[in-house]
Design a protein around this ligand. Sequence first.
Ligand SMILES: [Zn+2]
Length: 417
Amino acid sequence: MLIRKTFHFTVIFTLISLMCMSLISTAFAASNGDNGKKYLPSKVINALEQKSKGIQTSESDQILGNVLAPSSMNIETPNINMDKVVITTPLSAFKYNFKKDLRQHGYTENEIENFSFGDYKKAESSWKLKKEQIIVAKKLYPKLKNVDISSWTNADFNNYFSKMNKASLAKRFKQEQLQQLKQKGINFEDVIYLFKEFHTVDAVLSQPDAKLKETIKDYYQFKLDQVELLATNPDQSKYTQLDMPRYGVDWFLNDVVTSDYWLQVQSDRTLVSLRALYKIGLSSFNGYITNMYGTYSLSQGGAHEGIDFAYGGIGTSIYAIFDGTDVLTGGYYHQLSVYDDDVNKTYNFLHMSEVDAPGEPVTHGDYVGKQGDEGNATGAHVHFEVHSGETTGLSGEHDDVLGSISPYQLQIYLGEL
Ligand SMILES: [Zn+2]
């Protein structure tokens, strides 16, 4: 469970930027420091303080109108528009070597020393796409195949995939279902949180309003806690918000922002495995990744240890996306564990409504069981988690440390680059 905190405006809104910058002429120190407040223009601080005292003026309303996004279902906890937040996490908090990129773009060691993640993203947005980024972009979006994107900057591509993410999310709803969301007072931006918990449109819409409200509220609280953490103690910040192609905006544990290959590749590989898992072709593709590895998971109360796949409902057949030497017994009744001695890893499938017989070898494409919503699950989906060695043990819950290994490293099963 999340630890609920009393909400203090002055502490939480310590990292808000861009729009405010246009409002306020005060220069804005964007990177590291020990007091989060110094990142905020004084007019915003004053407006927040006034609001916390219950004083409202038209000027403070105007300022806060630019930093507060509308929240769903009349939830009183203010939402934060993360587009306007400067992420001050120091680059050293990530495993990925961001400094190498900065050196390649001509930044001096002195400049790099003071770079935050937010500074990096800002610098990166003006860089042109690298050759390998162009290859991956065209793989992710076949529509771009014959488009010349050699002049695109990272900002151009980020805008493109944000637009595509939104469109693909909307495509999951029929017109009347979108109407139902609206009637419930749910902003479309918050739907990603609901999918993380309920996985399918039907499951989302069949929840009682109170449950939906509680879910959104808990994610708002997590978001606020993270912003507060970023503001008051950047070194301890564990999650950073990223926009992932074909998935959307989410919070990722800094530890997973590690790979020396482009982040986007991960989601492309994941989609290859998604199709194989349900044996669905490209043309009839309407399966989804409802949660990724290393994101913040409400139901796990910490880092999400696997990938969540969802396609169809309870009872949908699942197929092996690997060759395994043995199906293991043990673990949970809804757990299917397959050991692969070639790579000395165990693949786990959870929440299954039916699992394959133990002791049998499996090969790629074999039927292994049926999708369900058993155990710690609120909707039909498959949780796929990978561990080293031969084990049916799963990762501990309720922490921000990943005990499983990254499924994206399994290039053989998750598709070629
Ligand atoms: Zn999961």
